[in-house]
Design a protein around this ligand. Structure first.
Ligand code: LLP
Length: 418
């Protein structure tokens, strides 16, 4: 796992033992590696070499302020989908000019706030949104920088819940309607057309869908140029997969090279924006959880742990597979098959099925590759306080989000007067 390795029997994050973190912070708890996050971001950035580009980290993958701040310090741009994500990026010193704002349902206040702070580009997903962006910009006496997110109708061969580039999806403007949308945009006084954008899905482990999408985008750019609408950048979205089990996704270098080649092949040298989320933080995080009970039924064995689907919903929601490792290897070496389940009152509350493990009550487990879409999808279901988050940096570790307290969990609620 790179930055999560065993030193002797003990799993470490960089140079810090995960047992030590669990003893200090408690469980469940997410642990991230600073080095892993920075290395992943730098690989994308370096792969472009001199080619003009912008790496806009997709904030939704993990929006902890410490992570955003580390990326801002590296000079990352950000892909946001809400006013809340915008505030987070601004709070950690991200440069608004390097923000792209995606999403099918931007509200007027979100558009206004984004214009106020001077964001780099709106990735507009419908003509109705285009009109609202234009009128909001007019009321502020400014011009909104926009790209139109087109739906290239390519099959990214990923889980149906995270495929976004098929013509059935709610995302983007269909390719065949794109030219008209651009003509409309070009006539608007308070919109300045900068780019074309797409995003075809997530956890994509082949290059071909990205290459197809880019080619379709560039054909549109050709048509636009003929129509007299020049394009200044191409945003290909995010979506590069990571290895959860045995997937072999292309490296950042292979992915970026394919994009640059695709550009050159059609005679373009337009700046490229990418919006990677999972591939920057996914491999950089584990979730620590403790075995509360080992339970044997006539047909199964369960390791009941203290993290549930409210802490990590990916297995329940997408049937996602995450490796589950004992933090300390035991000397007995006698393994058995367990379903690793949480305490939530739902049959779907399973973190891993049929895992071969050597575990006992009180043991610590690490659920792997949960840096992306882990904590951010957590909830208070069953009134469970959301887990703590820790960042490891070399031989140090820092609490970057405290375990939610009971007071915090109830703070926003109030009861009716007598
Ligand atoms: N850009 C846009 C417009 C997006 O919608 C997304 C992800 C990204 C970039 C980043 O994609 P990435 O590089 O992370 O694949 N919760 C799901 C994933 C949902 C992805 C949504 N959009 C999961 O846990 O698998």
């Amino acid at each position: 796992m790179g930055h999560f390795d065993r030193r002797g029997p003990e799993l470490h994050a960089e140079q810090v033992s995960l047992t030590r973190i669990a003893a200090d912070v408690g469980t469940p708890c997410y642990v991230y590696s600073r080095a892993a996050i920075e290395e992943n971001w730098r690989q994308f950035n370096a792969a472009f070499g001199d080619y003009p580009h912008r790496v806009c980290y997709a904030v939704k993958a993990n929006s902890n302020l410490a992570i955003l701040n580390l990326l801002a310090r590296l000079g990352s741009g950000f892909d946001i989908v809400s006013g809340g994500e915008l505030e987070r990026v601004l709070r950690v010193g991200g440069d608004p000019r390097n923000i792209v704002f995606s999403g099918v349902g931007k509200s007027e206040w979100e558009i206004r706030r984004a214009l106020d702070v001077g964001i780099g580009c709106f990735d507009v997903e419908s003509t109705a949104e285009l009109r609202l962006v234009n009128s909001t910009a007019a009321s502020l006496d400014t011009a909104a920088p926009v790209a139109i997110r087109v739906n290239p109708d390519v099959d990214a061969d990923t889980h149906p819940y995270i495929a976004t580039g098929l013509n059935q999806a709610k995302f983007g403007i269909a390719l065949e309607q794109a030219l008209d949308a651009y003509r409309l945009a070009a006539e608007m006084r308070h919109v300045s057309v900068l780019g074309v954008a797409c995003h075809i899905g997530s956890q994509i482990t082949e290059l071909a869908p990205f290459e197809d999408a880019l080619e379709r985008l560039l054909r549109l750019v050709e048509d636009l140029e003929e129509t007299g609408i020049p394009i200044e950048h191409v945003d290909v979205g995010g979506g590069l997969g990571v290895r959860y089990r045995d997937e072999q996704p292309p490296s950042a270098r292979e992915y970026v090279s394919a994009l640059i080649e695709g550009m050159c092949k059609r005679g373009f040298d337009l700046p490229i924006t990418i919006e990677p989320g999972r591939s920057i933080v996914g491999s950089a995080g584990v979730m620590l959880t403790r075995v509360e009970y080992v339970k044997r039924t006539p047909v199964k064995q369960f390791a009941v742990v203290d993290a549930g689907m409210n802490d990590l919903i990916r297995p329940a929601l997408y049937a996602a597979w995450h490796d589950i490792l004992p933090v300390a290897l035991s000397a007995t070496g006698s393994t058995q098959r367990y379903d690793v389940v949480g305490p939530v009152c739902e049959t779907a509350d399973v973190l891993g099925q049929d895992r071969v493990l050597d575990v006992a009550q009180g043991d610590l487990l690490a659920v792997c590759t949960v840096g992306a879409y882990g904590w951010v999808l957590s909830s208070n279901y069953n009134s469970r306080p959301r887990p703590a988050e820790v960042m490891v940096d070399g031989d140090q570790f820092y609490l970057i989000r405290n375990r939610e307290t009971m007071d915090e969990m109830c703070a926003a609620e109030s009861i009716l007067p007598e």
